[in-house]
Design a protein around this ligand. Structure first.
Ligand SMILES: *Cc1c(COP(=O)(O)O)cnc(C)c1O
Length: 351
């Protein structure tokens, strides 16, 4: 079964080889203070610079999930409170986690078709961090880099944290525009779940050190201290990190992946626009995601299309939360090949 689910999603076709090699290279039993592990961590960080264009002075850290990163940010970085701008379920979960740790957390909810109106934003002194879900997987929307840039220009003194769980390694991110970037590997990285990515700017590191929060198993200061020697403070997901290294090594540089995903999403969108019965979930092309396509229709049609797709060996991603009965989602992730996307278009065109 070929899955177009937006996470966990299809893994890279090279996976059987990577897994075999991991076993044979002996990395699976490597101690996380050994040279083998430290070299691997360093190599992954180097590949983040080379392939994903992470700036030289940004630090890569390993966590267990994007969800964990929500807690780490409030616990270890935020000094006063965070202000959240969100439109869907993941952004809402993030603000809820943040509010639990820091009750003064606040934010605004916008509509899926609404572009963040930066000139009208009012974020006061009581907030030191702005939280944005760059790619909202639940409703298939995204915040373009230009909008992040406007926010950066308007609030240069605040830290910006960006959830790119379903876009990092898929689209080209301009890391200089924010201080905290995070993801999980089971989306655009095309890997099995169980590893979170957290990337910090020098300013985010500085603020973490100033706050000085320590003592919890996932206190960021512990992670940073260990990362200086390419170690982790607890035994990490070594297999996940190994697979990440192999996948990053084999993929093209991000601008090429980005270009290809943009071509493919346009083809998919055209197919839905021409459909008699299906519609795009997000009408505004300025907020529509590049990596996740939302398709909507009547409840009976959506269930019919999903069943017919399964009969042809293709699993469409279900709609998320309240959108579940009347929509499905298609992951336009790099591990899905061009010919697999064409096959899906060949199927959808019938509707
Ligand atoms: C999948 C997803 C998450 C949660 O990721 P986990 O790895 O399950 O913690 C958070 N935010 C967004 C935007 C996501 O797509």
């Amino acid at each position: 079964m070929l899955t177009f689910s937006a996470g966990p999603s299809k893994v890279y076709d090279m996976m059987p080889q990577y897994l075999q090699d991991a076993y044979q290279e002996g990395i699976l039993s490597a101690n996380h203070r050994s040279a083998a592990f430290m070299n691997m961590y360093q190599e992954v960080q180097r590949l983040f610079h080379e392939k994903l264009h992470m700036p030289e002075d940004y630090q890569l850290l390993f966590t267990s999930s994007a969800t964990e990163n929500w807690e780490i940010i409030s616990q270890s970085i935020v000094e006063k409170a965070s202000f959240h701008i969100y439109s869907g379920s993941f952004g809402k979960k993030w603000i809820n986690f943040a509010q639990y740790i820091i009750p003064n957390t606040s934010g605004i909810k916008i509509e899926a078709n609404e572009v963040i109106n930066v000139p009208h934003l009012e974020i006061g002194e009581e907030f030191d961090l702005i939280a944005i879900t760059q790619n909202e997987t639940s409703n298939a929307t995204q915040v373009p880099m230009e909008v992040l840039e406007q926010i950066r220009e308007k609030y240069p003194e605040k830290l910006i944290a960006v959830d790119t769980t379903s876009s990092m390694a898929g689209i080209e991110l301009k890391f200089e525009l924010a201080d905290i970037w995070y993801a999980s590997v089971q989306k655009c990285f095309g890997l099995p779940a169980g590893l979170g990515i957290l990337i910090l700017s020098p300013r985010a590191i500085e603020q973490t050190e100033r706050k000085g929060e320590k003592g919890r198993y996932n206190s960021l200061n512990f992670m940073l201290e260990n990362a200086r020697s390419f170690q982790t403070h607890y035994t990490p997901n070594v297999l996940g990190i190994y697979l990440l290294k192999r996948a990053l090594h084999d993929i093209p540089e991000i601008q090429h992946i980005d270009e290809n995903l943009r071509d493919r999403i346009q083809k998919l969108e055209q197919c839905i626009i021409q459909s008699k019965s299906l519609r795009l979930l997000v009408e505004n092309s300025e907020t529509r995601s590049t990596t996740v396509l939302g398709v909507t229709g009547t409840e009976s049609l959506i269930s019919e299309v999903k069943k017919a797709a399964e009969a042809e060996g293709m699993q469409l991603g279900s709609g998320y939360g309240p959108l579940k009965p009347t929509s499905f989602r298609i992951a336009n992730f790099p591990a899905i090949t061009d010919s697999e996307i064409d096959r899906l278009i060949g199927f959808l065109i019938k509707y």
